[in-house]
Design a protein around this ligand. Structure first.
Ligand code: ATP
Ligand code: MG
Length: 781
């Protein structure tokens, strides 16, 4: 009853309370991090239920991740009991899937339609581009795939798009044709891609008034968390469901009653423009900034008291975010006291950074009773988790990696290791099967089944049956050729290993000769770029292994990997002390932890390299830093490595500019400088062989015109039959080059040649990089 309802207001501040009890119309809650936005949403839902203003079926609550949805449902259950169960609390995507499964018939879809993930949709786009006979160099399927995704997020369908296309622009014309055929193929397969889920739901609601009315009658209360990260499609979805459709014929549509005289739903959105970090998925701050003009009757509530963090942490976060241009300044405060200073640490390498963190967690456990479950470690990109994971495994600290797969479970890492295992053991059927058609070489399921049958008939191993391909019954000529090619590939790699090549060399040969690396490098998909980074990481693991154990062969290396990978299986929460959480900053949005380590604070890591020359992207990185810092409740650690190995090679990186923004008095530096010895020695063996940079000093190098001559590998989207990049582009001191991420540069030193060539390249405003050329998207100009 109302007593229970009143209890829900206890402990809320006046602004929070106003938001919880608000009645009628739209409500916008904008506030900085940790000010109780999510808490207000949860309490509002509970309050609506407790006062009888809503039944559970009338509530639709949208969160940004499934994890956040589960948490919110749990929190509401704590407040109102088990009836919270049949309430719709979900992500945009899950809510749309639910609606579409119910309404599939209306759309002529099967209710068990498939949902294509990014990999599926890219494969489909590839087939479509082939069907249209498009030159993959001029019209890369991955680029088309990404563009189609963007178009869907903007609710632009193939017809709309075709109308905007210029007559003389072949890229756009082909894209329009590919988009149309791609959608047709999806339909024929009774499949929707990820972006379709939202767009199709919007179309459904717009095209079928009866359906729209059904959901408008049903959802009388719509609540959206993290509204700053909605894109155009999600924005329209909310409008349609709330019954405030955007109808150009009505001019500026007010929150008027719609056609059916059904009052609009009570829409509550909460967000923080400073935490908008999904621009790359089409999120637009516009949605929150212009909420008040989109919904003229909206009430706005500002929350200014932060309940999460100490004043020290808040001041640091405010100092970082306040440098962003064009933001609405906020006055966030806390009465929880200043708390301990932020601890800073400069490590020599990412390994040492990880070691420091592990020691610190251990020390906090002894001195302050901090449990592993109280601790989170953040990084900018997934590949950075590997060094952290290895140290945590070594010292026996239980941990979990949230979002993103653990390093040794990642597909590309598993594929690469499968190659190594199949090289080391020709009878390893499982790993042979894994790579038999990876990358695709035309050995399909049928061929595999025939090889299996042959091995059973002849009582030989699967591996032996592969080598005996000639005698496999029923194998089509094309498959036979492919299987023979695979057998030759493997025996060549085995010879290499037997001849004393190091594990890193065998790995390189496997990735090159199989075409695996070339295929990834030919792709435009950012995810594939991160796969290359992960392979470069694995290469670094192999190199380090050989440095620590020069006698170790491939078998020894695989044993070591197996042990590390196996300890990976530790159960998550095996005791109530919990486990350390590792995640990217993107995944950490909305969460909080008593102790937070933000790692890799280097210009070029965080902020990310590709943002350094772009003001808009830098602003997004700054918001990301703001999100990272504001996750911490009591203790915050900021660390960086003076030398970090990325793309397979150690790189010197300057301190993140975000650190410089934090007032000195908030920081307590445990270590301020790296040891210079580490900069020169360490894993940095040999140093550069500087071939006459001085001699040519000032010259702009050979005066070659800035025309692309060769572009080894990178521009060859040879999907089924990728050409291996057997050698790196050969460059010389003074050469001008271009790099996919860093732009134009000039080679200032070259170290060793051939497959392991390393060049030091000055990329101007992107800094000087030391790159292992075979792993780097570098083209000589
Ligand atoms: P973010 O911007 O990171 O999503 P938020 O604004 O959603 O943060 P919440 O996660 O709701 O903030 O709240 C932050 C912390 O402060 C939580 O631990 C929450 O329980 C606590 N909190 C919020 N409001 C109050 C309050 N009035 N009294 C006590 N604690 C509160
Ligand atoms: Mg929140």
């Amino acid at each position: 009853g109302s007593l229970a309802a009143e209890a829900l207001l206890d402990g809320l501040n006046p602004q929070q309370r106003a938001a919880v009890v608000h009645e009628g119309g739209q409500l916008l809650i904008i506030a900085g991090a940790g000010s109780g936005k999510t808490r207000v949403l949860t309490h509002r839902i509970a309050y609506l239920l407790a006062t009888g203003r809503a039944r559970t079926g009338e509530i639709l609550a949208i969160t940004f991740t499934n994890k956040a949805a589960a948490e919110m449902r749990e929190r509401v259950s704590e407040l109102v009991g088990p009836r919270a169960r049949n309430m719709w609390v979900s992500t945009f995507h899950s809510a749309c899937v639910r609606i579409l499964r119910r309404e599939a018939k209306t759309l002529g879809l099967r209710s068990n339609f498939s949902i294509y993930d990014a990999a599926d949709s890219q494969r489909l786009m590839l087939l479509v581009c082939r069907e249209l006979d498009l030159d993959p160099k001029r019209f890369p399927p991955k680029a088309f795939s990404n563009r189609v995704s963007d178009l869907k997020n903007e609710l632009v369908d193939p017809d709309d798009y075709a109308r905007t296309v210029g007559d003389s622009n072949p890229f756009e014309q082909n894209l329009a044709a590919a988009y149309r055929l791609y959608n047709e193929r999806l339909r024929q397969a009774h499949a929707l891609d990820f972006d379709d889920l939202i767009m199709t739901t919007v179309n459904l609601l717009q095209a079928f008034p009866a359906v729209a009315e059904h959901y408008r009658r049903r959802f009388r209360h719509i609540l959206v968390d993290e509204y700053q990260d909605t894109n155009q499609a999600q924005y329209m979805l909310v409008r349609e469901l709330a019954g405030v459709p955007l109808d150009p014929s009505e001019g500026a549509a007010g929150a008027e009653a719609n056609d059916n005289d059904l009052p609009t739903a009570e829409l509550t959105v909460v967000g923080d423009a400073d935490q908008s970090i999904y621009a790359f998925r089409g999120a637009t701050i516009r949605n929150i900034v212009e909420f008040e003009s989109d919904y003229p009757d909206a009430t706005t509530v500002l929350l200014e008291q932060n309940y999460r963090s100490t004043q020290t942490i808040l001041s640091a976060a405010n100092a970082v975010i306040s440098r962003n241009p064009d933001r609405r300044a906020k006055n966030l405060w806390t009465d929880s006291g200043s708390g301990p200073q932020i601890i800073g640490y400069v490590a020599d390498s990412e390994h040492e950074e990880a070691r420091f963190i592990a020691e610190e967690i251990d020390r906090l456990g002894d001195s302050d009773g901090v449990r592993p479950g109280d601790v989170a470690i953040f990084y900018r990109t997934n590949a950075q988790s590997r060094a952290l994971e290895e140290v945590l495994i070594r010292v026996g600290l239980p941990y979990k990696v949230v979002g993103g797969t653990r390093f040794y479970e990642r597909r590309e890492v598993k594929d690469a290791i499968a190659y190594l295992r199949a090289i080391a053991n020709p009878d390893d059927a499982i790993n042979l099967r894994r790579i038999l058609n990876v990358p695709k070489r035309g050995v399909g399921d049928r061929a595999e089944a025939m090889i299996t049958a042959h091995s059973e008939r002849e009582r030989i191993s699967f591996g032996a049956a592969i080598s005996d391909a000639e005698n496999v019954i029923g194998l089509a000529t094309r498959s036979l050729t492919a299987v023979r090619g695979f057998a030759t590939l493997m025996s060549g790699l085995r010879e290499l290993a037997a001849g004393g090549a190091s594990p890193a060399e065998v790995l390189d040969a496997a990735l090159d000769r199989s075409g695996y690396l070339a295929e990834l490098r030919a792709s435009d998909d950012p995810q594939d770029a991160s796969r290359v980074e992960n392979l470069a990481e694995l290469h670094a693991v192999a190199t380090e292994f050989s440095e620590s154990d020069p006698e170790g062969d491939l078998g020894d290396f695989l044993e070591r990997v197996a042990l590390v990978a196996d300890t990976d299986q530790i159960p998550d929460d095996d005791d109530d002390r919990g486990v350390v959480t590792l995640m990217t900053v993107h995944t950490a949005k909305g969460l909080e932890f008593p102790v937070v380590f933000v790692t890799g604070l280097e210009d070029g890591t965080f902020p990310h390299q590709r943002s350094l020359a772009d003001e808009t992207e830098l602003a997004e990185e700054r918001r990301l830093a703001y999100v990272a810092l504001t996750r911490a409740r009591q203790r915050l650690y900021l660390s960086r490595a003076a030398v970090r190995t990325a793309w397979g090679m150690p790189n010197e990186l300057p301190a993140s500019r975000f650190i410089a923004d934090i007032p000195e008095e908030l920081m307590d530096w445990k270590r301020r400088e790296s040891s210079m010895a580490a900069l020169r020695g360490g894993s940095f063996t040999g140093g550069y062989r500087n071939r006459g940079d001085g001699g040519r000093g000032g010259s702009r190098g050979p005066s070659a015109p800035p025309v692309r001559t060769t572009r080894a590998g990178a521009d060859t989207p040879s999907f089924g039959s990728a050409k291996p990049r057997a050698d790196a582009p050969s460059v010389d001191v003074g050469d001008r080059v271009t790099h996919d991420a860093y732009g134009m540069g000039r080679v200032i030193a070259v170290e060793s040649t051939g497959a392991n060539a390393v060049a030091k390249i000055d990329f101007g405003s992107s800094g000087t990089k030391r790159l292992l050329l075979r792993y780097s998207p570098v083209t000589k100009l």
